[in-house]
Design a protein around this ligand. Sequence first.
Ligand code: GUN
Length: 286
Amino acid sequence: MTAQLIDGNALSLQLRAQVAARVQALQAKGITPGLAVLLVGENPASQVYVRNKVKACEDAGLHSLLEKYDASMTEADLLARVEGLNNDPRIHGILVQLPLPAHIDGQKVIEAISPAKDVDGFHIASAGALMTGMPGFWPCTPYGCMKMLESIGYDLKGQHAVVIGRSNIVGKPMALMLLQKNATVTICHSATPDLKAMTLQADVIVAAVGKRNVLTADMVKPGAVVLDVGMNRNDEGKLCGDVDFEGVKEVASYITPVPGGVGPMTITMLLVNTLEAAETSAAKDH
Ligand code: GUN
């Protein structure tokens, strides 16, 4: 069998058109959704990510504010800047790009963001809301994965989903979202003794480790759906995911490519979260 691709670029195009239409509706009421992106230091990958986020905002008609700070910025100064943005009515979403320099406590900075503007969904209040099924912002990468499953009409009820990776940004929230849709969820990680025994039972596999070839064809049940969150470089320097795409595509029913899979969806869901923050704020003001 050759798997069908879940095309993150094509799905993003559709969803971003819907975002742009809702942005226009808000603008008719005099409100432009605004995202502030804070980058501290010169991490080259972070520079690319923030550039892509800001460009996506512009393309969809959102206002974006990119603030770049020297790596020597103090934690107190960054906290003060976040507080300023919390109180800025033109800004509906605040994103502090991670990782931060070692002398800054990243979790402390995230907790300083108002939960109403936490469009990354990393605040402990957002995490708690996801855990308990209350309204709140969902982290963009796993949220994008859920949209990809929705796009193929996949019903998770009673299906076995295996998540590889347990980060706060992807693995843990991914597991909670799958659980909310009534999947049976297994979380695997570096201390899982027999990963293959787990993945062979899976109807859906989400690979979110950050290491090449974590998932190979012999580890996948025929017909499984495979979502690849990885962003790695192969020996030739080409972007690749955590999944051995060439092998696994012969076994899976659906698979996401890298690039052009989960990556663009992450940015799309950031736009959705920022738009919804602005819509919520507009509804409160009326
Ligand atoms: N660093 C890597 N991914 C992300 C992300 O989704 N949000 C932020 N703020 N930083 C990141």
